[in-house]
Write a protein that binds this ligand. Structure first.
Ligand code: PLP
Length: 389
């Protein structure tokens, strides 16, 4: 059931000025939807790096694990170490690779390195030989991103060694540079290179597609999908209708309302000048909360379907809204307005701030009071546990 803006504040203490509601059921629905786009047998992993794109790696991973997800990716080793105790089952792989000397820590913590260079592969094979086993590791091959992963020539050299060829790799992956531009020629080039990589490692599960890559079609699906942002409701198909469910709802209570005369200005730099008598409402969200300053004077907050345009500059802790269209009875402290909700998506906020939804999500502030709906089990970090009702 989608978040009901009329009830997000139910039971929230009066002293809470801003509320970030995260719909774990919607994340699970998005994961299932991506599953449905692929052929039977294609798995769907989940990328939960950067604290689950700002939404809480632990509750997100727990919800997805309960739905059947068995492969998780983070960026840093310490993210993986923090997540491990909260996930009884499933792989946790570290995209950034094996930092020198961290192999034993990886193993002790039941983590899986994504090996990105010949040195990392060498270190892992030496460790495996020393311990007399074949601990799980993933190979990443760079097919055109030129960021992380084995260059193709290095991969070719490695794969000529029998110990690499026969190692039971947990997976082989690569990453697309331009998947959000379906017509970009690099997509097909990277796919074709990846097909050759796959052919060199028969039987090793292969993954190429992140969120946008999934929508390039089955040619890009390989054995498992590796979405991040689409799980969290951001549109993986820019310029087209969003196939994903909205996950995030950001609401703030009005702190104060004031009436101003025609010609009066609002906020720093007097950047907004009122064209007529107006009501200004102030809410406790600012750039320190990840509400980017570049979105000043853009878009609106909503009370129900009533738009309250954001006016003036965004300050560190505050935003000012033109609340002239708000009925008089609601022009007071405590009235809630939605900054992200049914009338304004994460992608809308991103467009206003001249950035992408990824940056809006990962910047969501630590001062927001957070409520996860649909949490499968109690977790001590999160004070409120909605029922999903
Ligand atoms: C971040 C990342 C992903 C997920 O990307 P989205 O675009 O958020 O789906 C997948 N694979 C790698 C290697 C990544 O770095």
């Amino acid at each position: 059931m989608p978040i009901d803006p009329a009830h997000v504040w139910d039971g929230v203490p009066a002293e809470v000025p801003t509320l970030l509601t995260i719909d774990l059921d919607a994340i699970v629905a998005n994961w299932r939807h991506l599953h449905s786009l692929a052929a039977p047998g294609v798995e769907v992993a989940a990328v939960v790096k950067a604290d689950g794109y700002g939404l809480g790696a632990e509750p997100v991973a727990q919800a997805l694990a309960a739905a059947g997800c068995r492969r998780f990716f983070v960026a840093h080793l310490d993210e993986a170490i923090r997540l491990r105790p909260h996930l009884a089952h499933g792989d946790i792989a570290v995209l950034n690779g094996l930092l020198p000397g961290t192999g034993r820590l990886m193993l002790a913590e039941r983590l899986i390195p994504v090996l990105n260079s010949r040195e990392q592969v060498r270190e892992w094979l030496d460790l495996a030989a020393e311990l007399g086993g074949t601990p799980a590791a993933i190979l990443q091959v760079d097919t055109g991103m030129n960021r992380l992963g084995l260059p193709l020539a290095d991969f070719a050299a490695l794969i000529a060694q029998p110990e690499v060829q026969t190692y039971p790799w947990r997976a082989v992956i690569s990453h697309l540079a331009c998947a959000d531009e379906p017509d970009h020629p690099l997509n097909a080039l990277q796919r074709d290179r990846f097909l050759q990589v796959r052919a060199a490692l028969p039987g090793v599960p292969a993954a190429l597609a992140a969120s946008s890559g999934i929508f390039l079609g089955p040619d890009y699906h390989a054995d498992f999908l590796r979405p991040g942002v689409a799980l969290y409701g951001v549109n993986p198909c820019p310029g087209q209708p969003n196939p994903m469910q909205q996950v995030v709802h950001l609401s703030a209570r009005i702190l104060q309302c004031r009436s101003i005369d025609s010609g009066e200005t609002v906020g720093y730099g007097a950047a907004h000048r009122s064209k007529g008598p107006a009501v200004i409402a102030t809410v406790a969200v600012g750039y320190a909360d990840g509400f980017l300053r570049s979105a000043g004077g853009m878009g609106a907050a909503y009370h129900g379907a009533i738009a309250l345009p954001i006016v003036g500059r965004i300050s560190m802790d505050l935003i000012t809204l033109d609340a002239t269209s708000l009925p008089e009875a609601l022009r007071h402290a405590g009235t809630p307005v939605d900054l992200i909700g049914p009338h304004r998506t994460v992608d809308d906020v991103a467009a206003d701030a001249k950035t992408i939804g990824y940056e809006i999500l990962t910047a969501l502030g630590s001062r927001y009071h957070r409520r996860h709906l649909g949490l499968p089990a109690m977790h001590p970090t999160y004070p409120w546990h909605g029922t999903g009702a």
